[in-house]
Design a protein around this ligand. Structure first.
Ligand code: NAD
Length: 378
């Protein structure tokens, strides 16, 4: 079968779903690979490098979609792009079915099979190698620290120089899931003093192992909402947490927020008043900007200055490190393809007895198969 990789057309999207290194591996699995001309340009993968790896370059999207039995994408397709998919084709990429009912209807009408990488049952250890949410969150957490360092006017590490002594920067990370942990490790590697908080106390050891200090909220309440995710906390907890965050805000130079609760708006953890008490030149990077933000003053997609504090609300952090995120993402899709093509003969089988495959198959041959029943855990 032909795997087709179109150029991503969402504004500002620099990632590509397949990198040349992965093309060669897909060819080894028996597939033929077509890439739309320029698909890798923004991530610094030129057409020639795809050709060298065994791909064929298609002049435009129409030619690409006409050829592709299987389409690898990063972002969900637009309705116009769905119309270009061949009937019976298989689409693999981010789909977010709960947020995109119109897209789901269009895909069913087109009689395609849709595999949503965002619906992978992440709790299965076997699924980790395909977990693009985790790899993208890791890239974003790293990039959040790079953005913070870029906006911050000082060193992260302490230095003793002939021109004077420089204290290390203090960084506070709100939420220590995948992105938060990546940010903790990156900021600690740059030499900052790193503190972090999460409502799930179970992450404290991971925070420490990455070089951070876990700061507890002075209020007893279990924060796990099941499946490793958070829940909405009680009013009492929230008040105690605000008091602790207010204290940190006045003390630290940089705050990186990553707190999310599945299916809910992002919790507001950093109030306008806290921003006002931060030192001039401080930086906030709000990684929850797309879900409404953890900071009251965040403007999604922009960097703004409020009360002398730069508040970065970029919603494309993974795309800002496009070569790295594309490489990791396409490796996740390669691992998925290996699961779909155990026979290594360039054909895929969407096997519903496999819990990982079942979980991410949201449409099969035009039939809605989402939401999937929960996987049986070993
Ligand atoms: P997420 O993006 O949903 O949330 C980010 C973090 O914010 C979480 O750690 C959450 O507890 C925290 N948070 C939510 N509300 C908060 C609040 N009010 N105050 C402070 N912190 C708050 O989560 P994620 O990064 O996608 O990962 C969540 C969990 O899933 C983690 O436990 C992770 O280890 C787990 N996970 C497991 C696997 C696996 O088992 N294979 C794979 C990926 C992720």
């Amino acid at each position: 079968l032909w795997i087709g990789v179109p150029r991503e057309r969402a504004a500002g999207e620099k990632r590509v779903a397949t990198v040349p290194e992965v093309v060669a591996k897909l060819v080894k699995l028996g597939f033929r690979v077509a890439i739309e001309s320029g698909a890798g340009d923004a991530a610094n993968f030129a057409d020639e490098t795809y050709v060298a790896a065994g791909a064929e370059v298609m002049p435009d999207a129409a030619a690409l979609y006409a050829r592709a039995d299987i389409v690898f994408r990063v972002r969900p397709p637009t309705l116009a792009e769905v119309a270009q998919l061949r009937e019976g084709a298989t689409l693999i990429g981010f789909i977010w079915p709960a947020q995109n009912p119109e897209l789901m209807a269009a895909l069913q009408a087109r009689k395609v099979t849709a595999l949503a990488i965002d619906c992978l049952p992440r709790q299965l250890s076997r699924a980790q190698k395909m977990d693009a949410l985790t790899s993208m969150a890791g890239v974003s957490g790293y990039r959040a620290v790079v953005e913070a360092a870029n906006a911050f006017g000082r060193f992260f590490n302490g230095q003793i120089t002939a021109a004077g002594k420089v204290p290390p920067a203090k960084v506070f990370i709100a939420g220590a899931g995948v992105a938060g942990l990546a940010a903790i490790g990156t900021a600690a590697n740059l030499g900052a003093i790193v503190r972090a908080n999460d409502t799930r106390a179970e992450v404290a050891d991971q925070v420490k192992s990455l070089g951070g200090e876990f700061v507890k909220v002075d209020y007893e309440e279990e924060g796990s909402g099941g499946g490793g995710y958070a829940k909405v906390m009680s009013e009492g907890f929230q008040a105690a947490q605000r008091a602790m965050y207010a204290q940190q805000a006045a003390e630290v130079d940089i705050i990186i927020t990553t707190a999310l609760i599945p299916g809910k708006p992002a919790p507001k953890l950093i109030t306008a008043e806290m921003v006002r008490t931060m030192k001039p030149g401080s930086v906030i990077v709000d990684m929850a900007a797309e879900q409404g933000g953890n900071c009251e003053l965040t403007v999604p997609g922009e960097a703004v200055v409020r009360h002398g504090v730069t508040i970065v609300g970029y919603t494309d952090l993974a795309s800002r490190l496009a070569r790295q995120s594309s490489t990791l993402y396409s490796t996740n899709l390669l691992r998925l393809t290996e699961e779909l093509c155990k026979t290594k003969d360039g054909v895929i089988h969407v096997n519903f007895d496999d819990d990982a495959i079942r979980g991410l198959t949201v449409i099969k041959d035009g039939e809605l198969s989402w939401p999937a029943p929960p996987p049986k855990l070993p």
